[in-house]
Design a protein around this ligand. Structure first.
Ligand SMILES: Nc1ncnc2c1ncn2[C@@H]1O[C@H](COP(=O)(O)OP(=O)(O)O)[C@@H](O)[C@H]1O
Ligand SMILES: Cc1ncc(COP(=O)(O)O)c(N)n1
Length: 267
């Protein structure tokens, strides 16, 4: 069985972060592992508190996994602050995993800064070069590049800029566009496009976490990057189509729709 690791924050309400990542890994038939960087108190309505985990304990979690287990894929999500980013970067430089997907989580859908703003440049400097692909959403790409992004050509321009900052591949996600939800990949040579019609739902809590974990799973399973992204895009589209009206705010996506359907557990 392939083994995939998420390095991210805990979302107690189960829609985003570590919890979304582990559900995504399970739905892909890979063995999920987690290094927890922070514990958040959040739900579908907002983020109410964050307790960062100490850099020592983060480093020891990474060491405990890599010293013992062969890791086939890594996804990085919420990393909070400068010291935590430096610790993760140091450990990854030591163990050198090849299949790293970096989701540069900055602000929650409810507007809470999950990444200290002082750490934005550290994230780019330290983690971007270690990743095979970085998956910013439009607001994150705007922070990284200082560009304003509203159209596909503007997404292409931003993806080029992020590539020039040291990313091997840039997948700029289009969930925040007004029209269809088109994700744009730039590999330094050409653009590839992953379109889907916009699904009319407010329940998109954890979509970015889920997409990056699905890409990491597909890479671990042996797919090349373009294939891994295409399959992950299909997975997130089904997960949003069947998203769950749980809680009073922005509900989570459905990780197991296809599996449950095949098993006859849902109509
Ligand atoms: N309403 C929607 N309909 C269809 N796809 C969507 C929708 N919202 C987001 N997506 C897709 O979900 C994934 C996550 O995108 P996005 O919402 O931009 O990321 P984030 O959760 O980091 O803000 C992308 O593949 C995007 O195209
Ligand atoms: C612990 C944690 N990590 C990440 C997100 C971003 O979630 P989204 O994918 O909805 O932007 C979150 N809300 N909480």
């Amino acid at each position: 069985m392939k083994k995939v690791l998420t390095i991210a924050g805990s979302d107690c309400s189960g829609g985003a972060g570590i919890q979304a990542d582990l559900k995504t890994f399970s739905a892909h038939g890979v063995f999920g592992m987690s290094v927890i960087t922070a514990v958040t108190a959040q739900n579908t309505q907002g983020v109410f508190a964050v307790q960062d985990i100490s850099r020592e304990v983060i480093a020891k979690q990474i060491k405990a996994i890599f010293d013992d287990i062969e890791v086939d894929g890594v996804k990085i999500g919420m990393v909070s602050q400068v010291e935590i980013i430096q610790t993760i970067a140091e450990e990854l430089r030591r163990y050198q995993p090849q299949m790293v997907v970096l989701d540069p989580v900055m602000v929650s859908k409810s507007g809470y800064h999950l990444l200290n703003q002082k750490a934005e440049t550290t994230l780019v400097k330290e983690l971007l070069p270690l990743a095979l692909v970085v998956t910013p959403n439009i607001p994150e790409a705007e922070v990284i590049t200082s560009l304003r992004i509203k159209t596909i050509p503007e997404m292409e321009e931003a993806a080029r800029e992020i590539y020039q900052m040291g990313a091997k591949n840039v997948l700029l996600k289009g969930g925040h566009l007004e029209e269809d939800s088109i994700d744009v990949l730039y590999d330094g040579q050409e653009f590839s496009y992953y379109p889907s019609p916009r699904i009319a739902t407010k329940n998109t809590h954890g979509t970015g976490c889920t997409l990056s974990s699905a890409i990491a799973s597909n890479l671990a399973l042996g797919h090349d990057l373009k294939e891994a992204i295409a399959l992950a895009k299909d997975y997130i589209t089904v997960a949003i189509e069947h998203s769950l009206a749980i809680g009073k705010g922005v509900g989570p996506t459905h990780h197991f729709y296809t599996l449950y359907k095949k098993a006859g557990l849902i109509e």
